[in-house]
Design a binder for this molecule. Structure first.
Ligand code: F0G
Length: 365
């Protein structure tokens, strides 16, 4: 029942426990996407789809460890600020562990599927009249006052679990290409994954299991309307300037103050990676293209492919590279964005003639 030795917990040697509070997280697919690979024009492209986790995002990998810690500590209330996915995962893992959960969400800026999950899994949901960064400020203060145990990615145990994304990607590439990927492209919000992957790779190098020169280039992607990390990387800055006003259709990464930047910036730099900003239109186009390969992802996830496409067009990514794009959340997380990006249903009468007439009028066969 605790999933010992499977999924995330197959990597127990790299984690603080043998088993966690589990809903069977990890072991997500590393899809081939031959058409996208061809079109972008690189040696190999694979999609690591974290939307295939129990609650539909990578957050489950962190929660299985973080909620286990909370349980060991015997804390009463778990809390997070969230653009949605963290709240869904915390609510589910909190219930699994028999603990109360409190989530603070930016009012009107969280996708429907995510609120539905947090709600059904029994979280106490507070909608804050402010953005995600304001929510996180408040939750940090609550935690500081002993009111709750913080389960945002500032919690280092969350990031321990998320290291396994990197370990699975390396294993998958080694199995299929006999080499680790040249580059991993991922969406960036709080930069938790960027930090976690970098930590995973550093530990492998220290253990002598990975050559320093083989560490994949960590490449972060943000939406243009919320791109403080990109700004810092482009300016060669050591610190990230907090953006007060952020906006993007990819609400999961509508974040102006990436709290893990001090750990993530060195990761991008030391691995010879980079960061790039993409427009909402580029994100939606990528979401459609990924969907055309049969893979359903939410907008923030599609940012990875949009960023890769842009960097390839600019010649920053070479044509001989093997690349993994991380897609962080499932399409159904944000049904409204999916419907808006897809085609409109058309009304027809309830008879075959009506259907045939409609097909003919569209000129399709
Ligand atoms: N993609 C998705 C789908 C996310 O939900 C998030 C973060 C990210 C990417 C960014 O990941 O923080 O590791 O750089 N979502 C958080 C939340 C903020 O509250 O669900 P990061």
């Amino acid at each position: 029942d605790d999933f010992e030795g499977e999924g995330v917990w197959r990597y127990a040697d790299a984690l603080p426990f043998e088993a966690g509070v589990s809903i069977q997280e990890g072991a997500t697919p590393l899809y081939e996407v031959p058409r996208l690979e061809d079109e972008i024009g690189i040696e190999a492209l694979r999609i690591k789809h974290e939307g295939m986790n129990p609650t539909g995002s990578f957050k489950d990998r962190g929660m299985t460890v973080g909620v286990k810690v909370a349980k060991e500590l015997g804390v009463g209330r778990l809390a997070c600020a969230s653009t949605g996915n963290t709240s869904a995962a915390l609510a589910a893992y909190g219930s699994r562990g028999g603990m109360q959960t409190l989530v603070l969400l930016p009012a009107g800026k969280v996708a429907a599927g995510k609120i539905a999950q947090a709600s059904l899994h029994g979280a106490r949901i507070l909608e804050v009249d402010g953005n995600f960064d304001a929510c996180l400020d408040i939750v940090q203060e609550l935690a500081g006052q002993g009111e709750a145990y913080l389960l945002n990615s500032l919690n280092p145990f969350r990031l321990e679990g998320q290291k396994t994304i990197g370990l699975e990607i390396l294993e998958g590439f080694l199995a299929d290409y006999d080499a680790v990927p040249d580059r991993i492209v991922l969406p960036v919000g709080n930069a938790g994954n960027t930090s976690a992957l970098y930590k995973a790779f550093r530990e492998l190098v220290q253990a002598g299991a990975l050559d320093e020169d083989d560490v994949p280039k960590l490449t972060g992607v943000q939406a243009e309307g919320a791109a403080p990390m990109v700004e810092a990387v482009e300016n060669g800055a050591d610190e990230v300037r907090r953006w007060e006003d952020v906006e993007t259709r990819a609400t999961a990464i509508r974040i102006g103050n990436p709290v893990n930047a001090p750990k993530a910036l060195p990761g991008i730099r030391e691995t010879d990676g980079t960061a790039v900003a993409v427009s909402d239109e580029e994100i939606t186009e990528a979401q459609r293209d990924i969907a055309a390969e049969g893979i359903g992802v939410e907008p923030a996830s599609a940012a990875s492919v949009a960023g890769l496409r842009k960097l390839r067009a600019e010649g920053i990514v070479d044509d001989d590279e093997r690349v993994a794009c991380l897609t962080t959340g499932h399409l159904l997380k944000d049904p409204d964005a999916a419907a808006a990006a897809g085609s409109e249903p058309k009304s027809v009468p309830a008879d075959t003639e009506g259907v045939l007439a409609s097909l003919a009028s569209e000129g399709s066969s």
